[in-house]
Write a protein that binds this ligand. Sequence first.
Ligand SMILES: [Mg+2]
Length: 283
Amino acid sequence: MSEREGQGKEMERAVQRGWLFDVDGVLSHLVEKKNTERELLERILGMLEKGEPVALNTGRSVDFAVEKVFKELEAMTDDKSIFQNLLLVGEKGAIQIFYNDAGNHQEEVDISITVPEYLQNKVRELVEKDFSDIMFFDTSKRTMISVEMVDGGDLDEFKRRQVELNGMLEKLLVENNLDKDYKLDPTRIATDVENKHVGKHLGAKKVLEWLKKLKITPQEFVAFGDSKSDLGMAEEIYRNGLKVQMVFVGGRELIEGREFDFPVNIPESNYEKGALEYLKSIE
Ligand SMILES: [Mg+2]
């Protein structure tokens, strides 16, 4: 082995585990909209102190996770160097925030999957003109469009008007020749317009690319989620030929009867408590 190869080898760092967490319903309480199990955050600090990489993978805007997780963690330690191993992926894989060498948040936006600005403007005008009594255009999203129900809105009324909105949005995509690359993702309280390639799997792909840059190779990955879409994280890691297991804290009934290529752990408790229960069980 040449000297140069030898140095390259030394820079590779093998660690026991790499961790991926969905945010809502895993690190953050769904109703209180903040972390209510501090021990979970303490354990994440412990992982970072051991040099194990931790990635948050959320479908929401990055602001929420920065406020509710990053800042909480930062307030819990004086050793900011451990955050080099912490990554946040938001908007279903489109935005990343990591800590640069100076210890500050640095953002990277994947502009190749961003919804065109003219479409954002058209949807915004449409919502303000015809739907503002029950919906609003979420300006905190940067790479996708989210039209959400107003706080305290009536779910049935929203559902009824959402059908109307979705029809108009589909038409806008077709008229602007965007239906090949973009799609609607309607949920109970919002309709997103997004690139067809985004999702939890894309978030996981970004995490693997980040680890490659950091030259960290976990022997195994553990991914936590409470929605079926979160399984895309473990699927993506498995597809890359890596060892992975899923911790599913959204309730057994959601995935009952499905078979997976990787182990899926279902703790007794759900959400934050379930995540903590799993971490205690592997001590
Ligand atoms: Mg969730």
